[in-house]
Design a protein around this ligand. Structure first.
Ligand code: FAD
Length: 446
């Protein structure tokens, strides 16, 4: 309980710190600038919108730099979701900026005139870059195949936007001549650029020194592979808690490009330095994963994530809901429970399309009915054969009530699978009256 209170306080402190930094330039301008209060309404809106948007943009690289302390506080998935929300918010604020200034002068020349001073033109360029950035991010969700290209474009445009923004503000902002405001701007810029450099240059260079070798690549069920890694001599082994994930990047492998992708650590090997991820062929990178060869080299970054029963010590009865390859974090947790002799009741609802798709079936069936954990496995198939004796269709409220005898609302629910399945499971869980703090989920998308 004490640990969760400390975490809640630390989260509030981090959110307050973020809000304070975002508001700092606007507040400083208001306090320092003697004529601030006399400005017209639209002029104030125009100025404040840009003064709020700039720190948000400058802090974006901090949010996406995969900082361990931020992951421990919120989880990387929530940080990335916040990063996206702040990109959209700052975009809206930057759009308000020229609109409000135009309304102030009752003239649309900022939008229509081609003969503006270059410091204004550069601001318009910034706005264009931002709009492209947001559309590219939204489009990426629809056109999945373009992820790597999108990320490259995103990084480039983000840098251009920051540079253009600061030039425009420095040359056009009437209050930018004030030394305290300049100091805040440059400190924020240094923070943003520093985080970017640490994430994109220093981090990867350091990881090149902590290389892992592929110890084995084993075929599981249809189109699923378990890749086991071991640290190269002198490299630090991966220390993780069950349910966490890592980023894997092949280096100079024969069949795979040097791309970085996130995968859950499905193993729990306390007795050696090995660790493994179980990967389903689902796109251009993962469809080549079976081509990794023992001895080939990868770098890893991690562990990350808060999807682990060990982080919530007040929970002691569990319902795990897995869809397809979403079983991987549960395997790590179940293996940890078995190793640590945790005599906790666990109901695992495991949905797949066909029997062929059930990864880890033999191991799960061996664990089922055991003491640590006291595991009940409920296999659910969408397209079963006529011989299938177990549950069919999709995991439903009735199915859960049939399997769990009372006290459903006292259990902790963990969900991982395809997004539509996760949404449905969370919805069902809420209808049982399970408190939000006992519903956890992991999205396989950042
Ligand atoms: C926290 C987490 C844990 C995961 N654990 C597993 C696991 O245990 N087993 C497993 O099979 N899959 C897992 N995934 C999913 C896996 O990362 C994607 O399937 C893989 O990256 C797809 O790459 P692709 O090039 O084959 O497919 P693509 O078709 O190129 O990508 C499909 C989608 O995967 C996501 N994606 C692709 N590349 C990246 C990247 N470099 N960084 C972040 N997201 C990316 C994007 O949302 C993209 O739209 C996990 C994902 C996350 C976020």
């Amino acid at each position: 309980m004490k640990r969760s209170k400390t975490l809640a306080l630390a989260r509030v402190a981090a959110v307050c710190a973020y809000a304070a930094v975002v508001c700092a330039p606007a507040l400083a301008m208001y306090i320092i600038s003697p004529n601030a209060a006399q400005r017209t309404f639209f002029l104030q809106v125009g100025l404040f919108s840009s003064l709020l948007a700039f720190p948000m943009l400058a802090l974006q690289p901090v949010l996406s730099a995969r900082m361990k302390w931020l992951d421990r506080l919120f989880g990387l998935d929530r940080i990335y979701a916040f990063h996206k929300a702040m990109a959209i918010t700052s975009g809206v604020l930057l759009l308000i900026h020229p609109i409000a200034l135009s309304l102030d002068s009752m003239d649309l020349y900022l939008f229509t005139s081609l003969y503006l001073p270059w410091n204004i033109q550069i601001g318009k360029l910034g706005l264009l870059v931002l709009i492209v950035l947001i559309f590219a991010a939204l489009l990426q969700r629809v056109v999945h195949r373009t992820y790597e290209r999108w990320r490259w474009l995103h990084n480039l445009l983000a840098l251009v936007l920051l540079a253009v923004g600061i030039i425009h503000a420095r040359l056009s902002g009437r209050d930018m001549t004030s030394p305290p405001i300049q100091l805040i701007f440059y400190a924020l810029l240094a923070l943003g650029i520093g985080s970017y450099v640490a994430h994109k240059l220093i981090g990867p260079a350091r990881r090149e020194k902590r290389v892992f070798h592929v110890a084995g690549v084993a075929g599981e069920k249809r189109k699923v592979w378990t890749v086991t890694l071991k640290p190269s001599p002198g490299a630090r082994p991966m220390k993780h808690i069950p349910g966490q994930f890592q980023f894997i990047k092949p280096i100079g492998c024969k069949e795979l490009p040097d791309e970085e992708h996130p995968f859950t650590i499905s193993s729990y090997y306390p007795e050696n330095d090995l660790h493994a991820s179980t990967i389903k062929e689902s796109g251009d990178f993962t469809s080549l994963i079976g081509g990794l060869r023992p001895g080939e080299r990868v770098t890893v970054q991690g562990p990350f994530g808060r999807f682990s029963y060990l982080l919530y010590p007040d929970e002691n009865e569990f319902v795990f809901m897995a869809g397809g390859i979403g079983i991987t974090p549960f395997m790590s947790m179940l293996r940890h429970m078995a190793f640590s002799k945790a005599e906790v009741p666990v109901f695992l609802f495991y949905a797949n399309r066909t029997e062929e798709d059930i990864t880890f079936r033999e191991e799960l069936d061996r664990m089922a009915g055991g003491k640590s954990p006291k595991l009940t496995v409920v296999h659910v198939l969408e397209s079963p054969t006529t011989e299938w004796q177990h549950e069919t269709g999709r995991i439903s409220r009735q199915m859960i009530e049939k399997q769990i005898d009372g006290n459903i609302e006292k259990k902790a629910f963990y969900v991982c699978g395809p997004p539509p399945m996760m949404r449905k499971m969370i919805e069902i869980t809420r209808t049982f009256g399970v408190p939000r703090r006992h519903i956890h989920w992991e999205r396989f998308a950042l």
